[in-house]
Design a protein around this ligand. Structure first.
Ligand SMILES: C[S@@+](CC[C@H](N)C(=O)[O-])C[C@H]1O[C@@H](n2cnc3c(N)ncnc32)[C@H](O)[C@@H]1O
Length: 218
């Protein structure tokens, strides 16, 4: 069967409405992230991710990139899922552990302090219903290939920052960016192509938040 990759460009005012609410700890984490320049998932992306989780009701979630534990806490709470989250930065790891303690979610969220490319053995015996990729953008393809063998038959993969502040969508000014940003944009573009041409997954990349993709196993 022939497949066509179609880009639908809706030139309308883009407003994602949601009724997200935050408890005092979550508000504290948002404030900390803002003040300290920690990139956490933005509300549009979060509302999308939480909808997927509420529909899917995953038992086990794998997250690549915990930062301070904000999205891990939100994901665990959305459908009472177990979250295994991998973080390589020591300061972030310690902050995440502290925040998960404060949230009383030690039994639901397990943070693994490693580079995600070296943490496969830590989770290899677990089957995941959802994988959320939100770490080094240039490595998305590697994360996807490494961890999708652990996905259940009905599993889904969600990736954040797929449009990377709009830069992946509009490459007309690409020459104005540093070599490393250009490399990153090129890698994300390659990852788009890889997902859209992957025969094992149905993938859509949405202009929500910073660009969210969802890949569903065929
Ligand atoms: C965008 S932040 C994660 C935000 C978090 N998911 C949230 O929304 O609350 C990305 C995190 O991934 C971590 N990271 C980047 N590359 C990684 C890798 N290869 N292995 C593990 N962690 C990584 C960074 O240290 C950073 O804390």
């Amino acid at each position: 069967m022939e497949t066509a990759i179609v880009a639908v460009n809706v030139k309308a005012v883009r407003t994602v409405k949601n009724n997200l609410t935050f408890d005092s700890l979550e508000l504290e984490l948002r404030e900390y992230a803002k003040e300290n320049g920690v990139p956490i998932i933005i509300d549009e992306g979060l509302s999308f991710l939480e909808s997927v989780i509420r529909i899917k009701k995953p038992i086990n979630i794998l997250e690549i990139g915990s930062a301070i534990g904000y999205s891990a806490i939100r994901m665990a709470r959305a459908a009472n899922s177990n979250v295994y989250s991998i973080e390589r930065d020591e300061k972030m790891y310690n902050l995440a552990i502290g925040n998960i303690n404060k949230a009383n979610l030690n039994d639901k969220i397990h943070i693994i302090f490693k580079d995600a490319l070296e943490a496969f053995d830590d989770v290899k015996d677990i089957k995941f219903d959802l994988i959320f990729i939100d770490a080094a953008k240039a490595q998305y393809h590697k994360f996807f290939d490494l961890y999708t063998p652990l996905l259940n038959d009905e599993g889904v993969v969600v990736c954040d920052n797929m449009y990377f502040h709009g830069l992946v969508e509009d490459i007309s000014n690409i020459d104005n960016y540093s070599r490393s940003v250009r490399g990153l944009i090129r890698k994300l573009n390659e990852f788009h192509e890889y997902l859209l041409n992957n025969n094992d997954y149905h993938t859509s990349i949405y202009n929500i938040g910073d660009g969210m993709s969802i890949s569903v196993k065929k």
